[in-house]
Design a protein around this ligand. Structure first.
Ligand code: LCS
Length: 395
């Protein structure tokens, strides 16, 4: 594509790919190969020494994967991107690149259950400590930073409680201390939020979700400065080896083309369902950016998000068993973890995505036993509503 800045919808289809470099193929070709041949022993030596550009071995780089990495860097407003075999491979490569034994990570008040598990593992095995912070103001955030804090790690909206963190505020505090802010942008995708344009340093994704959009890939992505991405590519990605397969990268490129169209529909459907759920007598509390009681969330949403997104969390009046009974009555909506797919999915965080988080910690994060998380799909919203309605009538 020519060197011009197009709008997001156009960049999602074209950026990072030049068909003239690939025999005119409209779609980026799938280089399903583990390795690349050298024309001579000397060429192999030069490539390994970094004296000549070119591919070596698909764990170290692959042309299909490179298109995905360049496209995502563009969409996230970063300098460079790196693709991984899962979101957790991306999180662990970033956190281990940014820390050493004795360091401390300051983390948003909630995170995905396996990210919590990774933080616990880093603490018990490598003495890399962490704290959770509500991050409600620059004063509280400053007070919670320790001399050995080596990065701030943020999910916004937080999985699954949907609280928001003010990215500009976090970035300005971190800048004064010279430490990077890492943002897990999985819930928004770059269509709804670009943390780098709010001063944050590193963005990561579980690409399994909205980036893929079709529920058929597990993958992760990291975007940051060229210097940081190069460092991760040569260390915690290359040596831990959480590399994406070329076919999965190819599927993600296909998914990305429709990201804006899909996100608009996810968001429209979610807003309609929020309207329905917010006054339902069997729903206790609803968590959705702009609708929740969290202090300042509406202001933060308008500042950094294009739209509130496609995920709704809510508590059911009753007990854990009432919540489970409700799930069991659903017919169209599937009981499954993951999110961002065409199919509407529902899950019970306390016993599923956040079951690894001890009950006391779950409470602090706001994950009650009656909390459910709905990933609103692309079906007709009326059909999703009717399914919710009949299941709510049955409890
Ligand atoms: N970050 C966030 C915010 C996530 O929601 C997940 C997975 C990950 C990272 C890890 O990505 P993965 O390795 O699975 O690609 N979240 C899940 C969820 O909420 N339900 O199932 C998986």
């Amino acid at each position: 594509m020519e060197n011009k800045n197009y709008r997001f919808e156009t960049e999602a289809i074209h950026s990072g790919y030049h068909s003239d470099e690939h025999k005119g193929s409209l779609v980026p070709p799938l280089y399903q190969t583990s390795t690349f041949t050298f024309s001579s022993a000397e060429q192999g030596e030069r490539r390994f020494a970094g004296q000549e550009e070119g591919f070596i071995y698909s764990r170290l780089g692959n042309p299909t994967v490179k298109v995905l990495e360049d496209r995502m860097a563009h969409l996230e407003r970063g300098e460079a991107g790196l693709a991984f075999s899962s979101g957790m491979a991306a999180v662990s490569a970033v956190l281990t690149a940014l820390t050493k034994t004795g360091d401390h990570i300051l983390c948003s008040q909630g995170v995905y259950g396996c990210t919590f598990g990774l933080l616990e593992l880093l603490k018990s095995k490598y003495n890399i400590d962490h704290d959770f912070s509500a991050m409600t103001s620059s004063e509280t955030l400053e007070n919670e930073l320790r001399p050995n804090t080596s990065c701030i790690y943020i999910e916004t909206p937080i999985n699954p409680t949907m609280q928001l963190v003010d990215l500009e505020m976090a970035a300005s505090v971190a800048k004064q201390r010279g430490i990077p802010v890492v943002v897990d942008n999985t819930f928004c995708s770059p269509y709804l939020q670009t943390p780098i344009s709010h001063g944050c340093d590193i963005v990561m994704h579980s690409a399994t979700k909205y980036i893929c959009g079709h529920g058929d890939v597990i993958a992760g992505l990291v975007i940051g400065t060229s210097e940081f991405i190069k460092r991760v590519a040569k260390t915690t990605q290359k040596d831990f080896g959480g590399t994406i397969s070329p076919f999965d990268a190819w599927l993600l490129l296909r998914g990305l083309k429709t990201l804006p169209v899909r996100m608009d529909r996810h968001c429209e459907n979610a807003s309609m369902l929020v309207e329905y759920l917010k006054t339902h007598p069997k729903v206790e509390t609803l968590y959705f950016p702009g609708f929740s009681d969290y202090e300042n969330d509406t202001k933060i949403m308008h500042k950094q998000m294009k739209k509130p997104g496609g995920l709704i969390s809510f508590t059911i009046k009753g007990t854990k068993e009432t919540a489970q009974l409700f799930m069991n009555h659903l017919r169209l909506i599937k009981i499954a973890v993951s999110l961002g797919d065409a199919e509407t999915l529902i899950q019970h965080p306390a016993t599923m995505t956040h079951a690894v988080v001890p009950k006391e910690e779950r409470r602090k994060m706001g994950i009650e036993d009656t909390l459910l998380r709905l990933s609103v799909g692309l079906e007709a919203w009326e059909d999703i509503k009717e399914d919710l309605e009949q299941a709510l009538q049955n409890i």
